[in-house]
Unconditional design. Structure first.
Ligand SMILES: Cc1cc2nc3c(=O)[nH]c(=O)nc-3n(C[C@H](O)[C@H](O)[C@H](O)COP(=O)(O)OP(=O)(O)OC[C@H]3O[C@@H](n4cnc5c(N)ncnc54)[C@H](O)[C@@H]3O)c2cc1C
Length: 509
C-alpha cells in the first residue's frame, strides 16, 4: 500500500464530500472558486488552506516594501476591476482579495489551518480522498471530491532558498531570508548587505535605504530592471472620461497585454535594441559615470528572467543618492563581520539579507497516489501545463512567469469549468490524461524550456517537475499569446483525455 493510501486508511473522521476541492486560498484558489461558482453553480466546493488567512504569497511575505512586480490590471482578476496604482503593495492586493471573497461570499467555503498531507484517487469510486491535518487541533480530517484543483502555488512558503556559503556560521549578526522576515528586525542606522538582485532585492533596498546607515546589493551577475512611473496613463485618461471601472479594467488590460507582446517579440527578434533601451533608461537615473556595463548589463537576453519593473526608478534613485550601492562579485567566505569577496574586497555588515529566491516545490509536498500506487510527477507528461498523464480528475494552476500569473489562472479556470460540464454532458465521472499509442515514445523535455525562461529556482528543481512532449496537447509553451487561443480551443475529444464511468472501472478491476 502506498504512503498516501496508508494515510487515508489512518484518517479517523468521516469524509466530507465536495464535487471540487481547491487546495490553496492564494490568488489562484480564490479566483478558481469565483469562476467555478459563476460557471458551474451546481457544483459543491471547498477550499483547504494551510495558513490562517487567505492571500498566499501576499500574506506570507512581510519584508519591507513587499509589492508586486507586474501590474495589477493583469495580475488582478479579469472579473474584478483594479482601481489602484499598477504596481501594488501586498496590503493593497490583500484588500482587493478580501473584497473578492466578500463579493462572492466565499468565507464559509474556506477551511483555514488545514494542511493537505495526502491525496489518493480510486478509479473504482472515481474519487479523490484528501487527508488534511488541522493545525489547531492536530486532528486528521478527511475529505473526498470528484475533482481536485491544485492552487497551492509553486514554492515552499515556510522557508526560502539560501545557498551554503563557507563560514556562514562565523557571521556575528543576523542572516535573514526575506521569506521569513523577523517582525522585530531593527535595521535603523545599521549596515545591511543584501545578497541577490532579483525583484525582492529591488523592492527591499529602496524600502530600507532611508533607515539604514548604508545598504549594499551584492550580486554575482546583473539583472535587467525596467524603471517607469507607477501610473497608467491610459487608465488615468479613461477615468477623466468617467467611464465605468469595468471598461477601464478591460481596456487597460488589453493595452498592457498588447504592449507586453511587443516587448516579448522584440526580446526574441531584436534583443540588442531592447537591451540598449533598458540600459539607456538605467543610465538616465544613474548618470554618465556609473559603471552600467559591470552592474546592470546581464549576459542573457532580456525576458529570459522576469523583467523587474522598478516603480519611479526607486532602486536606481537610491543608488544615485549614495544611500545604496551595488557590488558585482562572488562571495569567497563569510567572516565574523561581513563577507570577503573573490576579488579580495571585504564588505562589512551588521545584517545580511539573503534575497536568493524560492525553494520550488511540486504540488505542495503532498503525497499523491492513484489506485494505491505512489505518484511521481517527474514521470508524468503535462497536458497543456494543466493536467498530468496518468493523474485523473486533477488540475494544477502553474501561472505565467513572464506575463502575470493570474492570466493563466483565469484561463485554467475556464478550462476546468468547460471540462467539468463536458464530463457531465457525457455522463462520465473521470478522465485520465493518456499518451496515445503513437505518442508513447515521444521525446520528452523539461517542464519549462530553459532557453525560453531560466530563473535559478526553476533550474535548480526542474528534475522534479513533470515533462513536456513535442506537440500539443503535451506541451507547455508558457506563452499567454499562444495559450489564450489554444486552451479554450483544446479538443476534449482528441483521445488524450480517456473518459470513464465508475461502473466501467469496477468491471475492469
Ligand atoms: C514577493 C513576490 C512578488 C511577486 N510578484 C508577482 C507579480 O507581480 N506578478 C506575478 O505574476 N507573480 C508574482 N509573484 C509570483 C506569485 O507567487 C504568483 O504570481 C502568485 O501569487 C501565486 O499565487 P498562487 O495562489 O498560485 O500561489 P500562492 O500565493 O503560493 O498561494 C498558495 C496557497 O496554497 C497554500 N498551500 C500550499 N500547500 C498547501 C497544502 N499542502 N495544504 C493546504 N494549503 C496549501 C499556501 O499556504 C498558500 O496560501 C510574486 C511572488 C512573490 C514571492
Amino acid at each position: 500500500m502506498s504512503q498516501a493510501a496508508a494515510k487515508t486508511d489512518l484518517a479517523q473522521s468521516t469524509p466530507e464530500h465536495f464535487d471540487v476541492l481547491i487546495v490553496g486560498a492564494g490568488i489562484s484558489g480564490i479566483g478558481g472558486a469565483c469562476h467555478l461558482q459563476s460557471q458551474c453553480p451546481e457544483k459543491s466546493f471547498l477550499i483547504l488552506e494551510n495558513q490562517d488567512q487567505f492571500g498566499g504569497t501576499w500574506r506570507t511575505h512581510t519584508y519591507p516594501g513587499v509589492r508586486s512586480d507586474s501590474d495589477l490590471y493583469t495580475f488582478g482578476y479579469r472579473f474584478k476591476p483594479w482601481t489602484g496604482k499598477p504596481i501594488a503593495t501586498a496590503d493593497a492586493i490583500l484588500e482587493y482579495m478580501e473584497e473578492v471573497i466578500a463579493e462572492h461570499d466565499l468565507d464559509s467555503r474556506i477551511r483555514y489551518g488545514h494542511v493537505v498531507r495526502s491525496a489518493s484517487f480510486s478509479s473504482e469510486e472515481a474519487l479523490w480522498t484528501v487527508v488534511a491535518e488541522h493545525k489547531g487541533s492536530g486532528e486528521t480530517r478527511t475529505f473526498t471530491c470528484s475533482f481536485l484543483w491544485m492552487c497551492q502555488g509553486y514554492y515552499r512558503h515556510a522557508k526560502g532558498y539560501t545557498p551554503e556559503w563557507p563560514g556562514m556560521d562565523r557571521f556575528e549578526g543576523p542572516i535573514v531570508h526575506p521569506q521569513t522576515w523577523p517582525e522585530d528586525l531593527d535595521y535603523k542606522g545599521k549596515r545591511v548587505l543584501v545578497i541577490g538582485s532579483g525583484a525582492t532585492a529591488a523592492t527591499l533596498i529602496p524600502a530600507m535605504a532611508d533607515d539604514c546607515a548604508h545598504i549594499t546589493m551584492l550580486q554575482r551577475s546583473p539583472t535587467y530592471f525596467a524603471p517607469g512611473e507607477n501610473r497608467n496613463e491610459l487608465a488615468d485618461m479613461l477615468r477623466e472620461l468617467d467611464l465605468p471601472e469595468e471598461w477601464i479594467h478591460e481596456i487597460v488590460r488589453r493595452k498592457i497585454l498588447f504592449d507586453m507582446q511587443v516587448v516579448t517579440r522584440r526580446s526574441f527578434e531584436e534583443p540588442e535594441a531592447l537591451k540598449a533601451e533598458l540600459l539607456t533608461a538605467a543610465r538616465a537615473y544613474l548618470g554618465p559615470d556609473f559603471d552600467i556595463d559591470k552592474h546592470f548589463t546581464p549576459s542573457y537576453r532580456p525576458w529570459r528572467q522576469r523583467l523587474a519593473f522598478i516603480p519611479d526608478g526607486d532602486l536606481f534613485k537610491g543608488i544615485a543618492s549614495g544611500k545604496a550601492s551595488v557590488v558585482t562579485d562572488e562571495i569567497d567566505t563569510f567572516t565574523s563581520r561581513g563577507v570577503r569577496l573573490k576579488s579580495g574586497e571585504v564588505l562589512e555588515a551588521d545584517i545580511i539579507v539573503t534575497a536568493t529566491g524560492f525553494d520550488l516545490c511540486v504540488l505542495g509536498d503532498i503525497e499523491f497516489a492513484v489506485d494505491g500506487e505512489d505518484l511521481d510527477f517527474a514521470r508524468t507528461v503535462t497536458w497543456h501545463g494543466i493536467h498530468y498523464s496518468g493523474v485523473p480528475n486533477m488540475a494544477w494552476v502553474f501561472g505565467y512567469l513572464r506575463t502575470s500569473w493570474t492570466m493563466r489562472a483565469d484561463l485554467i479556470a475556464d478550462h476546468v469549468c468547460r471540462l467539468l460540464k463536458h464530463m457531465d454532458a457525457k455522463g462520465v465521472q473521470q478522465f485520465v490524461p493518456t499518451l496515445r499509442p503513437d505518442e508513447q515514445d515521444m521525446p520528452l523535455g523539461p517542464f519549462v524550456d530553459k532557453e525560453n525562461f531560466n530563473p535559478g529556482y526553476l533550474l535548480r528543481s526542474m528534475h522534479l517537475m513533470p515533462k513536456q512532449g513535442t506537440h500539443a496537447p503535451w506541451t507547455f509553451p508558457q506563452d499567454y499569446y499562444v495559450e489564450k487561443d489554444a486552451i479554450p480551443a483544446a479538443d476534449l475529444e482528441d483521445g488524450t483525455l480517456v473518459y470513464g464511468t465508475r461502473q466501467q472501472a469496477r468491471r475492469a478491476s
